[in-house]
Design a protein around this ligand. Structure first.
Ligand code: PGA
Length: 258
């Protein structure tokens, strides 16, 4: 497994349920004042309402990847409130976030729907960004490895090996996410990052990228990136202001390969 330094670093943010169109415009305009460093693959997942708007505001040669925070596995039809993979792609998505813990907890996302969505994303030429991670009650009883292994294996269960190579996994322990999240240490995440890489390489030979997320900020980002098998960071709150995102890109750039 190459060290993080010899690999492209993925640094991205989901806006979750934030930003009007005017706020999205302002974020993009400020971000465009800073050239994305070589070796860093930056990405932003706006809310569905702002996806096409952000795409249209970026210059055609922009290296910023865009994605949707969720999309349905069905091609089309009577699924009130949902969008399809095709609609997400049409609005500018390259990445599709699947299985974030907030969706698993509040919106009935299961390992099975994650698998269906991952297969639908790949079928539409989109890159699944699959989130996995254990709650604190599971970690407290030593069940993290089994829990995460099952999540990853089921998430990939509808994909052929060549399709698994296209997948990005984000390890996001639920106890580390959000306002009440407790920032994780390298020691806590390293075994799980290794396990996820192991599951993917066993399935298809090589992993595209495994990211870490959960209370990442400018204070802990560089240290978290020293974790072996870690190809980048998936950030929430600390990157919602463009200045925060730019700071993270700046401090991660020297850690990226070229
Ligand atoms: P946070 O969110 O950085 O605000 O903890 C991370 C995430 O949910 O991906």
């Amino acid at each position: 497994m190459p060290s993080p330094k010899s690999r492209r670093l993925w640094i991205g943010t989901s806006w979750k349920m934030n930003k009007t169109l005017a706020e999205a415009d302002s974020f993009v305009d400020k971000l465009l004042t800073f050239p994305i460093p070589r070796g860093v693959q930056a990405f932003v997942l706006p809310a569905h309402t702002a996806l096409a708007r952000v795409r249209d505001r970026l210059p055609p040669d922009s290296h910023l990847l865009l994605g949707a925070q969720n999309a349905h596995w069905a091609g089309e039809g009577s699924w009130t409130g949902e969008i399809s993979m095709r609609m997400a792609k049409d609005a500018g998505a390259t990445l599709i976030e699947i299985g974030h813990s907030e969706r698993r907890e509040h919106f009935g996302e299961t390992d099975r729907t994650v698998a269906l969505k991952a297969a639908a994303a790949v079928a539409h030429g989109l890159v699944p960004l699959i989130c996995v991670g254990e709650p604190s009650v599971v970690r407290d009883v030593g069940g993290t490895d089994d829990f995460v292994r099952v999540q990853v294996e089921i998430a990939l269960s509808e994909l052929a090996p060549a399709e698994i190579e296209q997948v990005i996994i984000a390890y996001e322990p639920t106890w580390a996410i959000g306002d009440r999240g407790i920032p994780a240490t390298v020691d806590q995440i390293a075994p799980v990052m290794a396990l996820i890489n192991d599951v993917i390489t066993t399935a298809c030979g090589s992993s595209r990228a495994v990211l870490y997320g959960g209370s990442v900020d400018t204070k802990n980002a560089a240290e978290l990136l020293t974790t072996p098998n870690t190809d980048g960071l998936f950030v929430g709150r600390a990157a919602w202001e463009p200045s925060g995102f730019i700071e993270l890109l700046k401090l991660c750039a020297p850690l990226a390969g070229t």
